[in-house]
Design a protein around this ligand. Sequence first.
Ligand code: RM4
Ligand code: MN
Ligand code: MN
Length: 424
Amino acid sequence: MQIEKYKIDELNQYKIQQHKRRFENVAADINNVEDILHKLTEFQIAIPSWALGTGGTRFGRFSAGGEPRNLEEKIEDIGLLHKLNNSSGAISLHIPWDIPSNTNNIKVLAAQNNLRFDAMNSNTFQDQPDQHLSYKFGSMQHVNKAVRRQAIEHNTDVIKYGIELGSKSLTVWLSDGSNFPGQLNFRKAFQYTLESLQEVYNALPDDWKMFVEYKAYEPNFYSTTVGDWGQSFLYASKLGFKAYTLVDLGHHLPNANIEQIVSLLLMEEKLGGFHFNDSKYGDDDLTVGSIDPYQLFLIFKELAEGMDARGMNHSGDLAWMIDASHNVKDPLEDLLQSVEAIMIAYAQALLVDSTALAEVQQLNDVVNAQEILQRAYRTDVRPLVAEARLRSGAALEPLQLLRELQVREILIKERGSKTISTGL
Ligand code: RM4
Ligand code: MN
Ligand code: MN
């Protein structure tokens, strides 16, 4: 399915008066509005190839129908999203779920949809049907050298696919750990993992980055070998300058201060990228911003300020990705909501008066510090985000247009109602 540009323009035209009123209202109080709009237009968030099928949990999965049957259809889906919002111009692939059958065709298709290839993701947390040795007791940490070798080779294969596609980074998330006390020697598990990661690191092209993603628990419940940002930071530091920590918002213990973690990782030049989602309890994989939008804003405030302090480019210098987050929602609708929530938090962060904040911090004026943050957070920035979209030819209201164009109904007609996508 394709969305013709004139359909976007038609609905925009219908909404334009209302939009202009709202935009002018908020823009009147912002002196660097053009700069903010430029940053919003530039900002791109990668869509994961494994989040386009209907989600659910390991207990059940309730398909909405029309799920993409292959990588080509996944790219088509992301192309639709990008056409609607002009903010999701990249795809992040999970291997072996999405091995391209013909790399050249895939590259052409991605280019036609204005998409680039973001980080490649490896998978040593599941056993594949044709796999020789099992990952039941871990992969890179495994006591058996042959299992570690298999995991290393899988990762170097993923790098090869990525090179062919033009990706520039590898995300390694390991489910390695233990379920019971005594099961593992922690130091050995760390050393084996480090040695294995080092071999993968050595296979990276010069202009690639490697992201070491941490997770507090699940599927292992007693210990996790890359369990928190401290451990990830340790691996990344020992590996070298191409290795970074990746923060997945669902991978912390309850009430962790993620914005502080982000701030310090940025200071140490070890923050590589993000997986956005939201959670109430653990790795719930809920839509980013659906549970705690204030936390998302606080994270973005640290990101914007920390990146500015180091002269970094907001859009290109970190890898911005969404992780699976749709659960019972239509995945395309969920992804539009996710991107919108990220753009809103980013726009709010750009509104923070950082000079005034630094001054009141120096005076220990706690009350005004809160006022400054919440003034930005409570500004309705949706018209700014919409204006950035309008200027780049995308839809003023992507979600509404998706429904009006009956995208899901058309995809069901094209692909059938019983299709199942690869992924979790
Ligand atoms: C993990 C982690 C990884 C993702 C898998 C599917 O919990 O978030 O980033 O690749 O799930
Ligand atoms: Mn993740
Ligand atoms: Mn996760």
